[in-house]
Design a protein around this ligand. Structure first.
Ligand SMILES: Cc1cc2nc3c(=O)[nH]c(=O)nc-3n(C[C@H](O)[C@H](O)[C@H](O)COP(=O)(O)OP(=O)(O)OC[C@H]3O[C@@H](n4cnc5c(N)ncnc54)[C@H](O)[C@@H]3O)c2cc1C
Length: 298
């Protein structure tokens, strides 16, 4: 079967696109590598999404999933490994190839690594990129969070409710996060902020036993949660030549990439604001552009 549209990724951008495409009558298929909801499954509080003054990422992810199932939007849990351009695009997964006239890439971003020796080895053994997944494992222990943006601070506040003590390690002398968040963090009695600080070494071979900060200060922490930025997920796009040097997809005002018929939305694209509300809206705009082209047969 040749689909009208294949959507890669079912985070807010992919779901936004899928709702508009399906309701407009397109023959659509969604491919998601992990779980519908995308990053929402891994974030704690969401206080800035309209209509939901105070919710959590997983709660919002459930709402998105219910909307997908209610609209009977077809989806498969499969990781896309390659996309071939052309009038009919081929979307490769490990064990299957799908075909579509149009594609919307909504594959988001992944957490950037610190780049320290043995980091890869210690993931899930004391290095975590997801507080909501792992913080409860460290009840009563001391942990560290590295980063200085909204994500780091939001997650540090969440972690502090569960553990004995949080060291917040920030490389600058002030935060670049929302003032309210910073004030909430500073009010917590079990958070110690280390400014002008970098994690320089991870201690432990098969399990994190501590960290070294600024070359000489040892902290006996059981886990290091890292929030030092994000990078695109787009290894599967490398053949298409539609990304900048960092891997972000470059799109025009209709969210079309350089490759005709291949659109992109959400955190995967080069833009200014990386939020749920922007991702959902970009997905909707891209889908409506595809709807227009399918209906006009061009
Ligand atoms: C800690 C943290 C806190 C945040 N807090 C807020 C907040 O309070 N408010 C707010 O508005 N935003 C917040 N954000 C940002 C928000 O989560 C993102 O902007 C939003 O999730 C982007 O949506 P997306 O659909 O583009 O990508 P994602 O949500 O990342 O979804 C992408 C999906 O694509 C899938 N995928 C990736 N590669 C493939 C592949 N090859 N094949 C198939 N599927 C693939 C992934 O599995 C994922 O499900 C936060 C982010 C973080 C990290």
């Amino acid at each position: 079967m040749i689909y009208d549209l294949i959507i890669v990724g079912l985070g807010p951008a992919g779901v936004g696109a899928a709702i508009y495409a399906k309701r407009s009558g397109l023959n659509v298929l969604c491919l998601e590598a992990e779980a519908p909801g995308g990053l929402l499954n891994k974030i704690n509080t969401v206080d800035n999404y309209l209509g939901f003054p105070h919710t959590t990422g997983p709660e919002l992810a459930v709402q998105l999933f219910q909307q997908i199932t209610k609209l009977e939007i077809p989806y498969k849990i499969k990781k896309v490994t390659e996309i071939e351009a052309g009038e009919i695009k081929k979307v490769h997964c490990d064990d299957e190839v799908f075909e579509a006239k149009y594609i919307i890439v909504a594959s988001g971003r992944k957490a950037r690594k610190l780049g320290l020796k043995n980091e890869a080895n210690l993931v899930n053994k004391g290095i975590s990129y997801c507080a909501i997944c792992d913080a409860a494992l460290y009840k009563g222990k001391d942990v560290a969070v590295v980063g200085g943006g909204n994500s780091a601070i939001e997650e540090a506040i969440y972690i502090a409710k569960l553990v004995n003590k949080v060291y917040l390690i920030h490389r600058r002398d002030e935060f670049r996060a929302d003032e309210k968040l910073v004030n909430d963090l500073k009010a917590l009695p079990n958070v110690e902020i280390l400014y002008n600080s970098n994690v320089t070494e991870l201690i432990g071979e098969d399990k994190l036993e501590g960290i070294i900060v600024n070359g000489d200060k040892k902290l006996d922490v059981a886990c290091l949660f890292t929030y030092v930025g994000y990078e695109p997920e787009g290894d599967f796009l490398s053949e298409l030549g539609i990304t900048d040097e960092k891997g972000y997809i470059i799109v025009d005002e209709n969210y079309q990439s350089k490759a005709d018929g291949i659109y992109a939305a959400g955190d995967a694209i080069l833009k200014k604001v990386y939020q749920i509300v922007t991702a959902a809206s970009e997905g909707a705009v891209a889908a409506l552009e595809v709807v227009r082209r399918v209906k006009n047969n061009k």
